[in-house]
Design a protein around this ligand. Structure first.
Ligand code: GLU
Length: 415
């Protein structure tokens, strides 16, 4: 298993070959500023469970870099969460907010639990107890959490309520991705997918994809499901999808509405009538567009040579490893990197935070217009840079982000 943090630090080291290029504003030494997180909080806390037992829960909050603003990033609940994963995710958030030019740094949190095996009461108790552990570390102008893998608006609501009870005041801007009733933003639920779809639209134009491109989506959580819905509406053909139980495939295209109904009533897309495929087979299908929308480390040096898609849109964080990237690039596969492709989520989180801080409520169409503009602008900057330095899009996105972070570091540090 590749360590995602070490893999990312090696990616940073590999960027040094570009130092000295007219488009690169940092030196090898400047990169040291990004080699370690600014602050790391590790907590182990007891929670009384609904069966009466007392369980020790472990959790993390890593604030990777705050040169460009308060740190920002989600909290994930997953049995595989560990410190190195959270550190990698926090670093990617710092890069992501910089690629989109949002006034934020990057952070991430995680709790090592499997919420799929827990009742709502226990998930609520753990969410509230975690906030009691981290409340002094977060805040609207300090560090702003949001949903991530296996967390949602309800979890954000419990955390916000706990935070406000401790502080004795309202502070909706301390967390984003919360329910609309508590100050959440219209469109935040589909923002990650819509942002990815806007990037895909640009790529489809730039690289001249066919009129009704075929798509395979790995993962049918919030991001994967909404991506299927949006792309179907835009005339794409969704030929395969999967979730943690496996996948389904149809050459003629799957019925997306039926998939959503069956997923919500039975818990898995595999319960529709269609040919079954595995989660690794879905990655290797002959398609125009592959959308990894589940977990990290899916395309590695083991299977990268088997990828046949023309374009990969990374809706998940970290689905392609460093070595796999090189193979995909060699095979002329265009990869829209996570720090660009899935940045729609944090971009609408930013809009939510602005609305909270200015007591405003924006309409959905205003939000989507702003989101589209931000995503297209970021794609164009990344694409231009990739063409100028002759690199893949991830390398260009990293350089664009690090230029901005290092500029802020240099301007902000007192002598
Ligand atoms: N968890 C999401 C991400 O990885 C959203 C973060 C946010 O909205 O702050 O980008």
């Amino acid at each position: 298993m590749i360590n995602p943090f070490e893999d990312t630090i090696e990616r940073l080291e590999e960027l040094t070959v570009h130092c000295g290029n007219e488009h690169v504003r940092f030196s090898k030494q400047d990169l040291d500023l990004l080699s370690k997180p600014r602050r790391t909080l590790v907590v182990n806390f007891p929670v009384k469970m609904s069966d009466g037992s007392l369980k020790i829960i472990n959790g993390y909050r890593v604030q990777y870099n705050d040169a460009r603003g308060p740190t920002k990033g989600g909290i994930r609940f997953h049995p595989d969460v560990d410190l190195d994963e959270v550190k990698a995710l926090a670093l990617w958030m710092a890069l992501k907010t910089a690629v989109l030019d949002l006034p934020f740094g990057g952070a991430k949190g995680g709790i090592t639990i499997n919420p799929k095996e827990m009742n709502q009461e226990d998930i609520e108790s753990i969410s509230r107890a975690f906030m009691r552990q981290i409340h002094h570390f977060v805040g609207a102008s300090k560090d702003i959490p949001a949903p991530d893998v296996y967390t949602n608006a309800q979890v954000m609501a419990w955390m916000l309520d706990e935070y406000e009870k401790i502080k004795g005041r309202k502070e909706p801007g301390m967390i984003t991705g919360k329910p609309i009733e508590l100050g959440g933003s219209a469109g935040r639920d589909i923002a990650t997918s819509l942002g990815g779809a806007y990037v895909l639209k640009e790529i489809a134009r730039e690289y001249k994809l066919s009129d009704s491109p075929s798509v395979a989506i790995q993962g049918f959580g919030n991001a994967g499901m909404n991506m299927a819905k949006i792309l179907k509406d835009w005339g794409y053909k969704i030929i395969a999808v999967s979730d943690s139980k496996g996948g389904v495939y149809s050459e003629e295209g799957l019925d997306v509405d039926n998939l959503i109904n069956v997923k919500s009533s039975t818990g898995s897309v595999t319960n529709i009538e269609a040919k079954k495929i595995t989660n690794s087979e879905i990655l290797e299908l002959v398609v125009d567009v592959l959308v990894p929308a589940a977990l990290g480390g899916q395309i590695t040096s083991e299977n990268a040579e088997n990828i046949k898609a023309k374009v990969v849109i990374e809706l998940a964080n970290g689905p392609v490893t460093r070595e796999a990237d090189k193979i995909l690039h060699k095979n002329n596969i265009v990869v829209a990197p996570d720090i660009l492709a899935n940045a729609g989520g944090v971009t609408v989180s930013y809009f939510e935070w602005v609305q909270n801080n200015s007591d405003e409520t924006w309409e959905k169409d205003v939000i989507f217009t702003k989101l589209e503009k931000k995503m297209i602008q970021a794609f164009q900057r990344v694409h231009e840079l990739a063409v100028n330095i002759g690199s893949d899009h991830r390398t260009a996105a990293y350089i664009l982000a690090i230029n901005r972070i290092i500029d802020a570091e240099k301007k902000g540090v007192s002598q």
